[in-house]
Design a protein around this ligand. Structure first.
Ligand code: ATP
Length: 223
């Protein structure tokens, strides 16, 4: 069974009297343990697709399934819970909270779940090589360190799916490859999938599947 599925999903925006078809009718299935890249030029619809997959935006038409369950019609509070429990987000600028220390970023999640996972956190810190920086503030970290913390934070809730929007854009090539390798390991080790939007075809080539989006039209690209 696919983890996530889009069936005839499209998204239209209205700009005054002009209609923008940001996403044409799209069918997409994300399988368990798949590392998926989405590439395409600026304005082609990548963020629109990612925000629909992240339940942050409703499609104009079509159905979104998560673990086989239809989620379009769910109430906002139920979607927010699904987002929190099942989906991990990683953004280009890492989106960490600047006035908190690294370890406090995770305590914040504990405050919401009331289920601190000390052992798992230590394991994540070790695996992502951030144990030595856990008492630092985010603004004291390098770009690569921030992205590693962001990956750990996305993993802390043990999501089914991780959505990564240009996670390597602010990194030099070496650090970018490190982050990609970490994400590839996340896919390999757990029953989870990663969907990554990237401009960088070198990074996309590390994925299991590449989709290319052009003017809102998604096509699978042969590797
Ligand atoms: N909220 C909105 N209102 C109106 N138009 C929008 C909105 N969001 C996106 N669009 C339009 O939809 C199209 C696709 O935008 P989208 O942000 O998905 O592209 P993208 O591929 O992520 O671009 P980039 O690589 O520059 O981030 C663009 O024409 C954009 O202007």
């Amino acid at each position: 069974m696919s983890i996530m599925k889009l069936e005839n999903v499209s998204k239209e925006f209205k700009d005054g009297t002009t209609k923008i078809q940001a996403l044409k009718q799209t069918n997409l299935e994300i399988e368990e343990n798949q590392f998926v890249a989405i590439i395409g030029p600026s304005g082609s619809g990548k963020s629109t697709l990612l925000t629909i997959l992240g339940l942050l935006q409703k499609p104009t038409t079509g159905t979104v399934y998560l673990n086989g369950e239809k989620i379009n019609e769910q109430q906002e509070k139920d979607k927010a819970k699904l987002r929190f429990d099942k989906i991990g987000f990683i953004f280009q600028s890492s989106n960490l909270i600047p006035f908190l220390k690294v370890k406090e970023q995770f305590r914040l999640i504990d405050k919401i779940t009331h289920k601190p996972k000390e052992e798992y956190l230590n394991e994540l810190f070790e695996k992502l090589d951030i144990d030595s920086i856990k008492n630092k503030y985010v603004n004291q970290l390098s770009g690569g360190q921030r992205q590693r913390v962001a990956i750990a934070r996305a993993l802390y809730n043990e999501p089914t799916i991780i959505l990564a929007d240009e996670p390597t854009a602010s990194l030099d090539s070496d650090k970018a490859y490190e982050v990609i390798d970490l994400l590839a390991n996340v896919v390999k080790e757990g029953k989870r999938s990663v969907i990554m939007v990237t401009h960088d075809i070198r990074m996309a080539k590390k994925c299991d599947v590449i989709y290319e989006i052009s003017d809102g039209e998604l096509k699978r690209k042969e590797l």
